[in-house]
Design a protein around this ligand. Structure first.
Ligand SMILES: Nc1ncnc2c1ncn2[C@@H]1O[C@H](COP(=O)(O)OP(=O)(O)OP(=O)(O)O)[C@@H](O)[C@H]1O
Length: 220
């Protein structure tokens, strides 16, 4: 299934990932701006490797083929930093030697040169996720849910054109998980980003919406 408008959204055209000559995963699909495709499948089926391929840093141990097209542009041979794709993992991975605010300011594109403007954007991002005033804090002093919210805003401040989420909610407890999940999907919808979500959690998949691909024998 391809995106209805090939000039928008994320399209994975006949992507196949192999390891040691064995086909791990095959996918051919389109994700419209603002919608989420959820990929579920057993451990080791190649889900994270698919995200790595889309992001542009698949380990060379794998052999991958197929095109990655974002908003009509073929990204397949571009380096990761030129793809404008945002990633979020299970561990929030904030830089420990920077304050929360510095973590956010670091993500803002270099095209925003004015330091005061960068600071205001980072402070606003914290306000947006209910963490106003947390800027000076050391990331290690934040709870898991707070760190995840900062990581989300850090990803979005980089102005990605698509989001890849690899089990991003799994370190959160049930109640916090539902809140952070809604926040991620709401912001993705607002910003009209196509989202590729990898999860083992049925509730995540249900909350994400109608497009769920379950890998069976590597194909979905
Ligand atoms: N750098 C690597 N070199 C060789 N094999 C690897 C490498 N990284 C992962 N693998 C193997 O590739 C396969 C796919 O791994 P991948 O992490 O993509 O699966 P996954 O579906 O995301 O699994 P999980 O749900 O457990 O996170 C696994 O068998 C894994 O052991």
């Amino acid at each position: 299934m391809h995106s209805t408008d090939p000039a928008s959204g994320l399209v994975l055209e006949e992507v196949a990932i192999r390891l040691d000559g064995r086909l791990l995963l095959e996918i051919d699909c389109g994700i419209r701006p603002g919608s989420v495709l959820t990929i579920m499948g057993e451990s080791g089926s190649g889900k994270s490797s698919l995200l790595d391929y889309v992001a542009g840093f698949l380990n060379p141990a794998f052999d991958a083929t197929g095109r990655v097209v974002l908003d009509g542009r073929n990204l397949t041979s571009l380096p990761a930093q030129e793809r404008h794709i945002g990633l979020m993992f299970q561990a929030p991975l904030l830089f420990p030697h920077m304050s929360v605010l510095q973590n956010l300011m670091f993500a803002i594109p270099a095209s925003v040169k004015d330091r005061q403007r960068r600071r205001e954007m980072a402070e606003q991002a914290l306000e947006d996720v209910g963490l106003g005033g947390f800027g000076p804090r050391d990331p290690a002093t934040l709870s898991g849910g707070q760190q995840t919210r900062v990581a989300l805003m850090r990803t979005l401040l980089a102005e990605p054109r698509a989001l890849l989420l690899d089990e991003p909610f799994s370190s959160l407890d049930r109640s916090r998980r539902a809140d952070v999940r809604s926040l991620v999907f709401d912001l993705a919808r607002q910003k009209q980003l196509p989202v590729l979500l990898v999860t083992h959690d049925e509730e995540d998949a249900e909350a994400a919406g109608e497009m769920i691909h379950r890998l069976e024998n590597g194909t979905c």
